[in-house]
Design a protein around this ligand. Sequence first.
Ligand SMILES: Nc1ncnc2c1ncn2[C@@H]1O[C@H](COP(=O)(O)OP(=O)(O)OP(=O)(O)O)[C@@H](O)[C@H]1O
Ligand SMILES: [Mg+2]
Length: 244
Amino acid sequence: MLHSSPSADGRNLAFLTRDLSKVYGEGPAAVHALRGVDLEIPEGELVVLLGPSGSGKSTLLNILGGIDRATSGQAFFLKEELTAMNDRQLTAYRRRHVGFVFQFYNLMPSLTAHENVDLVAEIAPSPMDAIDALDMVGLKNRATHFPSELSGGEQQRVAIARAIAKNPTVLFCDEPTGALDSQTGVSVLKALQDVNTRLGTTTLIITHAAATAAMADRVIHFADGQIREVIVNDHKASPEDISW
Ligand SMILES: Nc1ncnc2c1ncn2[C@@H]1O[C@H](COP(=O)(O)OP(=O)(O)OP(=O)(O)O)[C@@H](O)[C@H]1O
Ligand SMILES: [Mg+2]
């Protein structure tokens, strides 16, 4: 039995995977999305995951986030084995610990920013105040606006506020700037970095904007369902200095 253990510098690991594999479909149509991933992510880090389209990034994020299941291998969150959990346990894990931010913000159009954030905070065990969450992403003054009255970058920041209002232990972001121009994307990255430094939320960001790697603690290069390279940044750039 494997246990999540302290990493080299003594911090606990938020995630540990061993030989994690995912196969979609069967026989000649089988797609090997993950091919034996060994990953270690220390608690509190901001991690950027880069790699070509189809290389398995979203598959990995969805398994770590408890919305998909591995075919073989192990994945741990702290000391809990995600790969041994049943559906009910995975749902509890997601509800208690996980915040998601996707490329398309998925806000409810008929609800204000405040109400959109409240909606998710309501079902969480120890939520943050919705206005405080909006304040963290710089949108306290837009609380009464509807999504149609907000720019793309502002809508994505509301989606981030919604994800952090439940006080998640980990925040998973799948191409959070994918629909935004560089300048607007930077305001979203700034919000993610603030959350990471102020709340200590372990944050995993998938992106095609390779320049984002400069603001990460750790950069994971993915290709063909495997980790190709892991780079630990000694000096992190500020999001304001990033463009793509
Ligand atoms: N539900 C599914 N059923 C079958 N194949 C799938 C499914 N989800 C993903 N795949 C396949 O698994 C592989 C990895 O997909 P994944 O979505 O993880 O890639 P990705 O790195 O996130 O790509 P992108 O950058 O385009 O989002 C791809 O070949 C994809 O077609
Ligand atoms: Mg993807």
